[in-house]
Design a protein around this ligand. Structure first.
Ligand SMILES: [Zn+2]
Length: 73
């Protein structure tokens, strides 16, 4: 009974597609600024640093503030 011998196989690989950094960069900057604004409203929109008068924004993001560990009350 003849034993089967594994034949060498050829593996072809393809290079990963290159990221179009020039096309992604403006969106990355846009969403970065958006996230910084959101982080401001969650973390610092209160008291002396408040942009909007009243407590509405603070109350809307109050749970997120506690979840992220920002000082509150
Ligand atoms: Zn609180």
């Amino acid at each position: 009974m003849a034993q089967s011998v594994a034949q060498p196989t050829t593996v072809t690989t393809t290079a990963p597609a290159k990221l179009p950094v020039g096309a992604i960069a403006p969106w990355a900057v846009f969403f970065g600024i958006l996230m910084l604004a959101l982080l401001y409203f969650v973390g610092a929109e209160q008291g002396a640093t408040s942009v909007m008068s009243g407590e509405n924004v603070h109350e809307w993001v109050h749970d997120a503030r506690h979840l992220l560990g920002f000082p509150c009350h």
